[in-house]
Design a protein around this ligand. Sequence first.
Ligand code: FE2
Ligand code: FE2
Length: 344
Amino acid sequence: MSVRRADLRQTRRDFIQTALLAPSVLSILGNSLCFAEDIKPGVTEPSVEETLAAIKAMNATSASNVTPERLAACDTIQRSVDRLRASEFGEYFKSDAETAKKWEEERGVLRFLNASFDKVLTEIRETKVAEGRVALWQVYNMGYLVKTPTQTFAVDIKHRRAPELAPLVDFLLVTHKHSDHYTNEFCDAVAAAGKPVVSNFIDNEWKTPVEGREYKFGDCRIKTQLVDHNANLVKFVSAYEIDCGPKSGTCVIFHVGDACNVDQIKSTAPVDVFIPHLAVGLDVPKAVNTTLCPKVTLLSHILELGHLIDRWRWSYEYGFNVCKKCANDSVLLPVWGEKYEFRR
Ligand SMILES: [Fe+2]
Ligand SMILES: [Fe+2]
């Protein structure tokens, strides 16, 4: 009997630990048990023509120059976001190419997500990065592809087509074990190509221990520290300080994943490109204006479609308001597929 009770206690502990490690599990439970996920009333799905016009406007404008056309395009895509349930995104995400195409034809936001990926694939192949520069592409959520004059790498990529990037990258960094920051398929594809996959949870030779670690891939030098995601998930997120090497003009990218505490994210060198979560509790204005003072900030983690419509799925409007709060012209809100070029 006592053995059974002990087993039960262990099972309960395992369940709680798993639940804490995977908010997506809570989301699924929430979806089915507690929270009815309703699409926003009165919101209509944009037509194909409206979506195509929005994508064109997104590509013709930039995060550094937010025009009325770009704002209108954001509104169009947001309408589609506000009608796509997390469960529907989950179905789309695991669907085969033929089924995914149907979803993309019917849902403007998925058409945009797929078109953005095509744009990134084309541009990363065609872009030659000059000395003293680094090109970054926003893929989805906190996912970025980075091309320096000598290396190409990825951070926190989640996309149903992510494995297509495996031949193009030299290494992959993953900030933490939440399903909006990685996929097993992409990690496996990069590893199968014989390239490093760095994380704090995958058991391979690149795993980051709790005290942090340094890496060198080509001429990129990476320092990693583990920081808190929230009060329960302490030392759960790897914040990556990436020196992109002398040919890049020693551009330093500081990608901090879902780090929540501004006093924990410390860089050892001046930060050129800062990539934070805009709504996890991190004091972004303080980091931007007082502690890190980066040359540019790429606010990330909007439109996480795996989250419920009204729960942690931050909108373009929310993002623009965080930009305003920072009161600093160097704080940008890039959209999917957008390329940002850092110049020394
Ligand atoms: Fe997270
Ligand atoms: Fe996240």
